[in-house]
Design a protein around this ligand. Structure first.
Ligand code: GDP
Length: 365
């Protein structure tokens, strides 16, 4: 059946409210959408600076949108919020699925708000969430206490796009949250693959959640990831798991001692805790804030933020160049044939790449 919205007769009935077409079945269903004012960038900025979470949420939706018009508006909002951002402590929290991230973040968040006051935003980077569906990070239903806390803002990972794209959106969301007065930001990420590197590149403290397992905990963990950690915490240290956790902690401490001293002058700590039973939570956060005091005093805090800003400048350039190349209609037309030629051995990868790039550069002139 031809849907009414595909019928020319009804084409004029769509409304450019930025939210989609009006229902033909019941045009009054969307009455509110007619009434809804289209926000300008200044409206968003004003709402954000006032700490209006509904407007903050809508602005984050703009950041996540792939619609070029929304993107343009998002960039304007971000730019205007930038002078009000930066005044927060950003903490990355990583762990494999099942490590207890959401249970812990719920507990950590409540503790931090109670002990240190202020406002907390929980964001996430999970480039896999579109594919796996199951592992949604920053999922409110998995953070029961925090999701009803008046001083928290929880936002799941943007699901569309490459890791670079997802991470950039999270980074931009940090700016909006800070402008809205969130002075503590958690960035949750899955402890598999590249997303830790992306997370590490936008936080002040990187906390790695580990589990005690079979006694060879260090086997499965990549050296690079351990090097990124400012603190390693072994979760589920409860019941008859306590001894195993303490043993794992000793192994991690010994391993860390072999690493060269970090640029920050901070020796990463290893602690055990239980997110589920709320044991050892205070110690974890005493450690985080001890680190923050340490690096604020020796200038490393500023240095790391500056390095991250530089990194993100290059990342944005890379991402935009890549997008521009891969969305160029001529390149889109050529890509499949080139790929086929490489697969059939008629061209080497390098020749095919060079021809594509040459064609692209020729188009720019
Ligand atoms: P995530 O996938 O990393 O977010 O992990 P979850 O927070 O969903 O936890 C995975 C499972 O571990 C759940 O069944 C939790 O109840 C359990 N769990 C989380 N923290 C603890 C803990 O401290 N002790 C114990 N015994 N179980 C925990």
């Amino acid at each position: 059946m031809n849907h009414p919205e595909n019928n020319d007769e009804y084409k004029g009935l769509t409304v450019n409210s930025g939210v989609g077409p009006v229902s033909i079945v019941n045009p009054y269903l969307n009455r509110k959408r007619f009434a809804r004012k289209r926000f300008t960038a200044d409206d968003y900025v004003k709402g954000i600076l006032e700490g209006n979470t509904a407007i903050l949420g809508q602005a984050v939706t703009l950041v996540e949108s792939v619609n070029p018009e929304h993107q343009q508006m998002a960039q304007e909002v971000i730019e205007k919020c930038l002078p009000y951002s930066g005044k927060s402590v950003r903490i990355g929290i990583s762990g494999v699925p099942g490590a207890g991230k959401s249970t812990s973040i719920d507990e950590f968040g409540v503790h931090v708000l109670k002990e240190y006051g202020g406002k907390l935003a929980v964001l996430a980077i999970d480039p896999s969430s579109e594919k796996t569906k199951g592992s949604i990070l920053g999922d409110k239903t998995r953070m029961e206490k925090l999701s009803v806390h008046p001083d928290s803002f929880i936002r799941p990972s943007p699901s569309a796009g490459s890791l670079g794209g997802v991470a950039r959106k999270t980074r931009e969301t940090i700016i909006l949250c800070e402008a809205a007065g969130y002075d503590k930001i958690f960035v949750e990420t899955v402890g598999v693959g590249q997303s830790e590197t992306a997370c590490h590149s936008m936080v002040d403290f990187f906390l790695l959640i580990q589990l005690a397992g079979t006694g060879d905990e260090l086997q499965g963990i990549k050296r690079g990831i351990m090097e990124m950690a400012d603190g390693i915490v072994i979760n589920k240290c409860d019941g008859n798991n306590v001894e195993k956790c303490q043993l794992a902690a000793t192994q991690f401490r010994n391993a860390l001692m072999l690493f060269p001293p970090s640029e920050s002058g901070w020796m990463p700590k290893v602690l055990t805790y239980s997110g589920f039973y709320g044991l050892g939570i205070k110690e974890v956060w005493d450690m985080v804030f001890e680190y923050v005091d340490h690096v604020k005093a020796n200038g490393y805090f500023e240095h790391r933020r500056n390095e991250q800003a530089k990194y993100w400048m290059y990342e944005s350039i890379n991402e935009q160049l890549r997008n521009n190349f891969f969305h160029n209609p001529t390149i889109v037309d050529m890509l499949q044939a080139s790929e086929q030629a490489v697969l059939e051995g008629r061209k080497t990868s390098f020749v095919a790449a060079k021809q594509l790039l040459d064609s692209y550069f020729a188009l720019l002139h």
